[in-house]
Design a protein around this ligand. Sequence first.
Ligand code: FES
Length: 167
Amino acid sequence: MILTGQKEQLFTADIRQKLDEWVAKYPSGQSQSAVIPSLHILQAENEGWLSEDVMDALAVYLAMPKISVYEVATFYTMFDLKPVGKHKVNVCTNISCQLNGSEEVVKHLEKCLDVKLGETTADGNVTLREVECLGACCGAPMMQVNRDYHEHLTTEKIDTILAGIKS
Ligand code: FES
């Protein structure tokens, strides 16, 4: 739980401390500059996703309009706005990856995980998603598993990676 339910102290003390460390890195009165690292902190502490309540509380905490928090959270695929699995598998299907076999990568992942893009496995372990270019085009085809990049994917490599997150 990261929200306290109290109007004056929206986040738990532990969360406030983490947010304040980032706010302190910017000039006074510029707390909104900490919005991206703050969203990362809140997402990590909230089972991998950002609810509206959490984003609203952050807007109040950083003294910025709610819409500005939503703009950031909805722009980046690294932020999830609905519940996700324990592990996030993001497959790039942009041009370099597409030209190097991302279609096969997606097919293989869908088969192994028994889900379609955008879905979470029945056991709640993995959410499979399609994302735009992740800036690792020279390693195409690639995917991101949680925070790690995996490049030059083959079906064998994918099997090994999936075995790692299933265990
Ligand atoms: S196109 Fe896939 S990482 Fe750039």
